[in-house]
Design a protein around this ligand. Structure first.
Ligand code: KIV
Length: 257
C-alpha cells in the first residue's frame, strides 16, 4: 500500500478524525497541504465550482486527469484522492483502466460513487493494487435520475440499504467511505458497523472524518452555499474587493502597476 495512504488506514483505530478537503489546482493543493489537511480530494465537484456546469455529470476523464496532475504537483505530504467521473467505471475493466490513468496522473487513490451495485468495480480496482475510497448516500452523479440532492436514510428500510452499501464497499476492499447527505441519526450505527472510516459530508458528527468542498468552506463560491456548510472565510469577497480596488486604481491613473 502507498505510504502516503498509511496514516488514513490507521486513523480510525487511533481515534484520529480525518479532515479531507477538495482541491482542484496547484496553489490550493499547496495551501491545504501546508495547513495540515489529512487528504485532498480532486472531486468531480470541480465541474460545478471550477468549470461552471450545473452538476457533475458533464465532467470527463480528461478534466479529472488535468486537475489531478495540478493537485499532485502541489501536494507534498497529503495523499491525493481523485474521483472517477460519471461513466468512467461502468464495467470493472473500464474502472481499472481509468483508475490506473488517475494514479499515473499523480493520485494516491481513487474514489467512485456506489455501494452494493458497484462492489464488482471496487473489488477489481483494489485487486489491481489501487487504493479506493467509496462514496454512498446521496450520489451527485445520479442527481438527474434522482431529481435533486435528497437526504438519504429517512426510513428504516433506507437505513438498512445504506448499511448494506457500507458493508459491501468495505468487503470489496475500500479503505474508507464518503457518506453524503445522510440523516444524522442514521450515521452512528453505520460508523460503528464498519472497520474502515466513514467520512461524512452533510451527514452530521457521528463519522470518522469530514469532507467539504474547499469553495464552500472558504466562501469562494458565494452564489450558493449548501445548508450544512458554515464557511470559515470569505475568499470570494476578498477577491472581488481586490479586483474592484485594482480597477478603481487603474481607472484613476495609478502608476504602481
Ligand atoms: O466531488 C466531490 O467533491 C465529492 C465530495 C463532495 C465528497 O465527491
Amino acid at each position: 500500500m502507498n505510504s502516503r495512504i498509511e496514516p488514513l488506514l490507521t486513523a480510525k483505530a487511533r481515534g484520529h478524525k480525518i479532515a479531507m478537503l477538495t482541491a482542484y489546482d496547484y496553489p490550493t493543493a499547496r495551501l491545504l497541504d501546508e495547513a495540515g489537511v489529512d487528504c485532498l480530494l480532486v472531486g468531480d465537484s470541480l465541474g460545478m465550482v471550477v468549470l461552471g456546469y450545473p452538476d457533475t455529470t458533464l465532467v470527463t476523464m480528461a478534466d479529472m486527469l488535468h486537475h489531478t496532475r495540478a493537485v499532485a504537483r502541489g501536494a507534498q505530504r497529503a495523499p491525493v484522492i481523485a474521483d472517477l467521473p460519471i461513466h468512467s467505471y461502468d464495467t470493472p475493466e473500464q474502472a481499472v483502466a481509468n483508475s490506473r490513468l488517475l494514479i499515473e496522473a499523480g493520485a494516491d487513490a481513487v474514489k467512485l460513487e456506489g455501494g452494493v451495485s458497484h462492489a464488482p468495480q471496487i473489488a477489481a480496482i483494489t485487486a489491481a493494487g489501487i487504493p479506493l475510497v467509496a462514496h454512498i448516500g446521496m450520489l451527485p452523479q445520479s442527481v438527474r435520475e434522482e431529481g435533486g440532492y435528497k437526504i438519504k436514510g429517512k426510513t428504516p428500510e433506507a437505513v438498512e440499504q445504506l448499511l448494506a452499501d457500507a458493508l459491501a464497499v468495505e468487503a470489496a476492499g475500500a479503505f474508507a467511505v464518503v457518506v453524503e447527505l445522510v440523516k444524522h441519526d442514521a450515521m452512528g450505527p453505520i460508523t460503528k458497523a464498519l472497520r474502515i472510516p466513514t467520512i461524512g459530508i452533510g451527514s452530521g458528527p457521528d463519522c470518522d472524518g469530514q469532507v467539504l468542498v474547499i469553495h464552500d468552506l472558504a466562501g469562494l463560491f458565494p452564489w450558493f452555499t449548501p445548508k450544512f456548510v458554515k464557511p470559515l472565510a470569505t475568499a470570494g469577497a476578498v477577491i472581488r474587493n481586490a479586483a474592484a480596488e485594482y480597477t478603481a486604481q487603474v481607472h484613476g491613473g495609478a502608476s504602481q502597476f
